[in-house]
Write a new protein. Structure first.
Length: 141
């Protein structure tokens, strides 16, 4: 019987299994987090685009309402409509390219009339046509 025992070095299997367990836990955690994350659906995206287009339509309606009594307020609403339309236009083009181009032209027509200080009836009519064009492009009807 020997009183001295030879000390063995730890095997590489222990380190490899520890790294493997950590890697498996990371992959499992990533899979679970992706499974429970709410991904926006196509319907959610369409609803968001329609909501943004509704902002444009509302601003155009206010252009027609305010122009006769407060041209500055009408200009502010027109600017709001133009900025909102610029944001939503790329998404609208995916859904209805021809209608979106028509809406853009109609908004430009309103801008031209406002810049020329056109009569209120012309601006009101053009703003209503532009509003309807945006509504059509977004499928709000």
């Amino acid at each position: 019987m020997s009183l001295y025992r030879q000390v063995r070095r730890p095997s590489g299997w222990l380190a490899a299994s520890l790294v493997g367990a950590l890697l498996a836990g990371f992959v499992l955690g990533l899979a679970v987090s992706r499974a429970i994350t709410d991904e926006p659906t196509f319907a959610d995206a369409v609803a968001e685009v329609r909501g943004e287009a509704g902002v444009v339509a509302d601003a155009l309606e206010l252009v027609g309402i305010h122009y006769a009594t407060s041209p500055d307020a009408a200009r502010a609403q027109l600017k709001r409509a133009q900025e909102s339309f610029a944001e939503v236009e790329p998404d609208l083009r995916l859904v209805a390219p021809a209608e979106t181009r028509a809406a853009g032209r109609a908004i430009a027509r309103v801008d031209s009339l406002v810049e020329q200080d056109a009569p209120a009836r012309e601006v009101e009519a053009a703003a209503e046509l532009a509003r309807e064009a945006v509504v059509r492009a977004a499928g709000l009807r």
